[in-house]
Design a protein around this ligand. Structure first.
Ligand SMILES: [Zn+2]
Ligand SMILES: [Zn+2]
Length: 173
């Protein structure tokens, strides 16, 4: 499987590296990093001062050259009625998106002694692995250590591991 990472808007090189590393660690896949793309016109919602997640997925599917494609952006995303999303993917789709915007909160609530950069990097990898998991057909997992656990806040992201639990693994690997 080839996964193409599609950076959208300004994205630090470090984030691209973390994203590729996370995917390679968990899935049996090759990873490429696509040429950076401009923010899709029309994705911005001026009332909310946020960007529509679906537009980024559509862009990743359209320009990405992988069997699975993931847009990665520093912009703040929303989806329907939800205040914000860390990422979004359609089950079994070929496009997905992750936003680093809300993963940058420096504190992890005292969960670990690690520094802010490391915590941020872990979160980026987990959310990327999570969204690609959805594109492979995985739904949310009840195991709160599994990367497919639903994590609406960074607290839950910090608790879960970067890997799939045994049961999720058997479904995709
Ligand atoms: Zn999810
Ligand atoms: Zn699981």
């Amino acid at each position: 499987m080839l996964v193409d990472i599609v950076p959208v808007g300004d994205l630090p090189a470090e984030v691209k590296r973390k994203a590729s590393a996370g995917l390679r660690t968990v899935y049996d896949c090759e990873v490429t990093v696509h040429e950076s793309q401009p923010i899709p016109s029309g994705a911005f919602d001026a009332n909310r001062n946020q960007y529509r997640a679906e537009d980024f997925i559509e862009l990743a599917s359209r320009v990405g050259s992988g069997e699975k494609n993931i847009a990665v952006t520093a912009k703040d995303l929303f989806y329907r009625k939800r205040n914000y999303v860390f990422g979004l993917a359609y089950l079994d789709g070929n496009g997905s998106v992750v936003s680093t915007y809300r993963l940058q909160t420096s504190s992890d609530g005292g969960f670990s002694e690690r520094d802010a950069d490391e915590i941020f990097g872990d979160r980026v990898r987990k959310e990327i692995v999570h969204e690609i998991g959805h594109t492979l057909g995985l739904e949310h997992c009840d195991n709160n250590r599994c990367v497919m656990n639903f994590s609406p806040t960074v607290r839950e992201v910090d608790v879960k591991e970067e890997t799939l639990c045994g049961s999720c693994q058997r479904q995709v690997l």
